[in-house]
Design a protein around this ligand. Structure first.
Ligand code: HEC
Length: 128
């Protein structure tokens, strides 16, 4: 009886965590990733295309990093994006498209990242 209660509590916690981490989107609950409509594989291609690894260390992407931007390893464990935005998919997408608006003068440039590319990149970064 007691063991069953513990198991039920664990299941409830897992569900609650998904509600928080999955941001209410479709994907996620089945382990398909926290960013609805984001494709991590396309994301890694976009990261190479935009040259993000020239400033960031990004797992799985060959880096010529001079360590200008933060290491993005384990990024999904972070609480804030650039110390400003809550680390949620929609906020990350916003950041990738327009960092200069969020942190004026930041060394991260606006790179003309499209909405879909930002979504794919977010899916990739949360996967690491
Ligand atoms: C010219 C260097 C440069 C390029 C290119 C660049 N970034 Fe950044 N990035 C930065 C810097 C510097 C910061 C730190 C900004 C801050 O905290 O104000 C940053 C912050 C970030 C953050 C938040 C990290 C954190 O720890 O909060 C993410 C995510 C990110 N960049 C992803 C990307 C992606 C994806 C690309 C490619 C589309 C990219 N960056 C291109 C320099 C760069």
């Amino acid at each position: 009886m007691k063991a069953r209660k513990v198991a039920m509590a664990a299941a409830a916690i897992a569900t609650a965590m998904c509600v928080a981490a999955c941001d209410g989107g479709p994907g996620g609950a089945d382990g398909s990733g926290p960013v609805p409509g984001g494709d991590p594989e396309a994301g890694s291609a976009a990261i190479i295309e935009y040259g993000c690894a020239s400033c960031h260390t990004i797992p799985g992407v060959e880096s010529i990093s001079r360590t200008i931007g933060p290491d993005l390893t384990g990024f999904d464990d972070q609480i804030y994006i650039a110390g400003q935005l809550p680390n949620r998919p929609e906020e990350l997408i916003r950041w990738l498209q327009n960092p200069q608006e969020i942190v004026p003068g930041t060394a991260m440039p606006n790179m003309g990242v499209t909405q879909q590319d930002a979504r794919d990149i977010a899916a990739y970064l949360y996967d690491q």
